[in-house]
Design a protein around this ligand. Sequence first.
Ligand SMILES: Cc1ncc(COP(=O)(O)O)c(C=O)c1O
Ligand SMILES: [Zn+2]
Length: 417
Amino acid sequence: MLFIESIRCSKCGREYSIDDNPIMCINRDLGRLDFFYDYGRVGRVLDRDEISRRPMSGVWRYAELMPVEAKYAPRLVEGGTPVIHAKNLGGELGFRSLYLKDETRNPTASFKDRAMALGVAKAFEMQKNDVVIASSGNAASSLAAYAASLGLRCTAFVPENVSEGKTAQLLLFGARVIRVRQVEEGKDPTVEMMMETVEELGWYPCPSFGPFNPYQVEGPKTITYETIEQLNWKPPDVILVPTGSGCLLTGLWKGLQDLKQLGIIDSYPKLVPVQPEGNKPLIRAIRENKRFEEIEPEKWPHSIASGLLDPYPWDGDAALEAVRRTNGTGIAVSDDEITEAVKLLARKEGIFAEPSGAVGVAAAAKMKEEGIIDASDDVVILVTGSGLKESEKITKLYQKTPVIEPTVDQLMKYIKP
Ligand SMILES: Cc1ncc(COP(=O)(O)O)c(C=O)c1O
Ligand SMILES: [Zn+2]
């Protein structure tokens, strides 16, 4: 049973029913089809106690706040990731209460699994055979795994320089992988190819961008539900969010509103998107107080944080609203700061993140230095993707490891006892 009250396009306001199986607004205006829930009915079933009684795993733990019936759920079991009190990293950066929500522990090692669980379940319900995606790699490898688990065929349009780890995942899960080169400034050619196949071949679009697939926003809501429960239902002061298209940020914001509507929380943490210096259209809009309609795409995005290179924040409308309504801000970090963050997170806490997944650590350091957040603030950093996906970038940062004959003499050339 679903608890949806209405579904409305964020651009033109057109209303849909769940029986229409809505994916994209039929006006093709790139509005997102937002789901609104009947909180009166949800609240009669779901409160803190009821949530706590359920096993901490899978997005359908919160079935009453999901737009797809649990009977279509894939079997991979995403979510239920830990919140770690990062005492060493907190000490290093000067925070008393620094927490890491470790999303690297999802089935395909990024938070995208929460989104794809729902996206693929809907495709399965609609009896679609072909799902298609435009992605820098994480969403694609996640879609490929979830599609494999339900026997759907996946085609992935990815950037030319997609990492080996993500490519290996895609190939192994049986996806057809097509790398597409950017030839025009400000345009994401993978999105254009995806839409060609949607229009021409009738494939089901499953990128993790709200305007192309609204189910994508609903899965990541569960990050907020889990995090706040794991902090004993006390919202933190700040959540730092690696951001590309803004879909994750939109999901977190919807999750917070759900909890407030249900009376489970009564205040919001500040939501703070983090983008790389080489691609920061959303941060620019926040800092320059621009409206969504005024956002200019980044012409030629570039950064070591390959997951955050969407030239245009498709979900920027809700992302801006999230920042403004929670009193948040936005911050950009350089590739050097990101590299340092990857190393620090690994050495201080034993967590191996890809550069895109570690930008929140760089942001925490920078915001502390700039006095934007305080030593006494409760800060949550979302660590969104695993370093194993981009290990070639990491090994490049170190000298070659030595090879020795098995003698102590040889060993002593390389280490001090
Ligand atoms: C590791 C990682 N973190 C964060 C993001 C950003 O998510 P969004 O595009 O929803 O803003 C991505 C997107 O690909 C990602 O791969
Ligand atoms: Zn519309």
